[in-house]
Design a protein around this ligand. Structure first.
Ligand SMILES: Nc1ncnc2c1ncn2[C@@H]1O[C@H](COP(=O)(O)OP(=O)(O)O)[C@@H](O)[C@H]1O
Ligand SMILES: [Mg+2]
Length: 268
């Protein structure tokens, strides 16, 4: 099928405080994700990247109110789905990896158990077969000694290993069509970041996954992404192919962002 798999169209909203005051944070946000492509969403902290991505699965923090716009996935209006229809899409057709993988994993179950349980929820089958699938997924994300690791709990995993386990869960156990990654390597050391990015993009390309990568690492974007969406203060200021954005940025904010990243790289 042609055309974008996800279309965010004029999406606007904000948060209502405890005192009942409304603060708008997203202003007429529009971007789309082309099937099978890797799209990066970039912009400074607070520009609305996460709230927009969370809105796709209606996982925004309580207090969020939409004031306008639509989000369509494969032609379906996501914002009009009831809870049951949304559950059928969440994790099955669209999955998401967050910045802090250890917080996203359940501390009271072993990592293998969590992967196996999710596999069974989606595919059925025996516990033993699901655990095999879990170990296999951990192996595919290059976790050493996956059988032993599967029996361990999230607190026994390093940040990088937990992030690999989350990727195994979101991309291999869930087998989505669309993978949303919100700063998946932030907080990890640089070598681990590079390894995990490579792993993610290999998985995405080999499975024809559509990926939306929220990141502030413009180096990664230049090397690996097809399209770029630039956000600033709750607005999309520019979209285009990665090549065009990097060689001929149009918006002054994009130019500043690129200039700042060059400075940081020099300093580092
Ligand atoms: N739970 C919340 N309550 C109130 N405001 C929020 C909440 N989450 C995010 N915001 C505000 O929404 C704006 C966009 O945040 P966010 O999408 O997290 O930015 P980014 O991911 O680009 O760093 C920010 O101004 C932030 O303060
Ligand atoms: Mg964010």
């Amino acid at each position: 099928m042609n055309g974008p798999i996800l279309e965010i169209d004029g999406f606007s909203g904000g948060f209502v405080s405890r005192a009942g005051e409304f603060t708008p944070v997203l202003h007429d946000v529009s971007y789309s994700l082309e099937r099978g492509a890797v799209t990066a969403v970039v912009g400074e902290t607070g520009s609305g990247k996460s709230v927009t991505a969370l809105s796709v699965l209606q996982l925004q923090a309580p207090g969020f109110r939409r004031t306008g716009g639509q989000i369509r996935f494969d032609g379906t209006d996501l914002l009009s789905l009831d809870a049951q229809a949304l559950r059928a899409i969440r994790g099955r057709r669209i999955s998401m990896v967050f910045q802090d993988a250890r917080a996203a994993l359940n501390p009271v179950f072993s990592v293998g158990q969590q992967l196996a349980d999710t596999w069974r929820l989606h595919n059925g089958g025996s516990r033993a077969a699901a655990m095999e699938k879990a170990v296999d997924a951990l192996r595919q994300v290059q976790i050493p000694e996956p059988e032993r690791r599967a029996r361990q709990y999230p607190h026994e995993f390093s940040g990088g290993m937990a992030q690999r386990a989350m990727i195994a869960l979101a991309a291999l156990i869930c087998t989505p069509e669309l993978l949303l990654l919100d700063e998946p390597t932030t907080g990890l050391d640089v070598t681990t970041q590079a390894d995990i990015m490579e792993l993610l993009l290999d998985l995405a390309r080999s499975r024809g996954l559509t990926v939306c990568l929220i990141t502030h690492d413009l180096g990664v974007v230049a090397e690996t992404c097809d399209h770029v969406v630039v956000m600033n203060r709750g607005r999309v200021v520019e979209t285009g192919s990665a090549e065009r954005i990097f060689t001929a940025p149009q918006d002054p904010y994009t130019r500043r962002l690129l200039a700042a990243s060059v400075l940081t790289e020099d300093a580092g």
